[in-house]
Design a protein around this ligand. Structure first.
Ligand SMILES: NC(=O)c1ccc[n+]([C@@H]2O[C@H](COP(=O)([O-])OP(=O)(O)OC[C@H]3O[C@@H](n4cnc5c(N)ncnc54)[C@H](OP(=O)(O)O)[C@@H]3O)[C@@H](O)[C@H]2O)c1
Length: 276
């Protein structure tokens, strides 16, 4: 029996078990995927005993992503680029890590709005937290060279620009609408819009009609940002697709099958979000 889990504190809200348990059933794999509440001070001991507890690996969520990255002996390039890990597994006895948010975001964008690649112009990143780093790494890998980060605390955007180099620039939050006339993709990586609270204040009236708008927030599924973008005829990409795609590499590492993000899985998790 293969076992995996998600660790975090708090962890009750995690939808990862819903996703992985769906795939375990779908592929007829004898395995488990559980939620394990782990406090920050318990993390070193938990990771040291992960293998002895019978786990093939785990997902990692807040507040452990940076500490898990530091604890891993083998760090995949995606985790190094972001400086945080959300997926752990074993290479022999060694703990290995990666960050699958970059893969999840780009796979979902490519699937939901494949035309984004043909759309010239800058990439507008709203926010400068951990998820912004993952998304920026994805656009850099895709070859984009004008990625602009807008953040309330501009120093955090500047720190990101220093980290990633000349293709990434830092901007104050207040100028975001001044730059909208030439954007190709707008990505909300802030917490604004979560549970309907707060607003990114984006004015789409001057955005090119080819612009694609992606939101990492997935509660609610249709955020204020996405619904506003759609009223201007722009294509919106929701955060649930990213959540589902980012789970794929971990499942494959632990259970040996590359799972598919199906419409049925999307409906299952969307229903759970609507009921919450
Ligand atoms: N769909 C997915 O699979 C997925 C994956 C990862 C994350 N997410 C979602 O992405 C969001 C961000 O996650 P994270 O880990 O990057 O968070 P984080 O590291 O805490 O960063 C939060 C960002 O939001 C900004 N912010 C917060 N309140 C704001 C306000 N009132 N006005 C302007 N900016 C504000 C912060 O700006 P300051 O720097 O000024 O504080 C910061 O840039 C969360 O909603 C998370 O659930 C989704």
């Amino acid at each position: 029996m293969k076992r995996a889990c998600v660790i975090g504190w708090p962890i009750a809200h995690s939808r990862s078990p819903l996703i992985h348990q769906y795939w375990l059933r779908k592929y007829g794999i004898e395995g488990t995927y559980t939620k394990e509440p782990v406090r920050a001070e318990e993390l070193p001991q938990f990771l040291a005993s992960l293998k002895n507890r019978g786990f093939a690996g785990c997902n990692v969520t807040v507040p452990h992503k940076e500490a898990a990255f530091a604890a891993a002996k083998i760090q995949a390039p995606a985790a190094i680029a972001v400086g945080a890990a959300n997926t752990l597994w074993f290479e022999g006895e060694a703990l290995a890590c990666t960050n699958t948010d970059t893969y999840g975001f780009m796979a979902n964008l490519d699937q939901s709005a494949p035309h984004w690649k043909q759309s010239p112009g800058s990439i507008m990143i709203l926010g400068a937290g951990g998820s912004a780093r993952a998304v920026i790494h994805g656009f850099l890998e895709a070859g984009r060279d004008d990625i602009r980060v807008y953040n309330r605390t501009v120093e955090r955007a500047q720190e990101i620009a220093r980290h990633f180099g000349a293709r990434v620039s830092a901007w104050p939050w207040d100028v975001r609408n001044d730059h909208i006339t030439d954007v190709s993709v707008i990505v909300n990586t802030t917490t604004l819009g979560m549970n309907g609270a707060g607003d990114t204040g984006i004015d789409f009236s001057r955005a090119p009609n080819t612009a694609v708008v992606a939101d990492l927030v997935y509660v609610p599924l249709e955020t204020g940002l996405l619904s506003s973008a759609r009223t201007y005829g722009l294509v919106g990409v929701d955060g649930l697709g990213m959540l589902l795609h980012q789970a794929v590499p971990g499942f494959e590492k632990w259970f040996g099958v590359r799972p598919e993000v199906t419409p049925e899985l999307y409906r299952l998790v969307a229903e759970n979000i609507r009921e919450a």
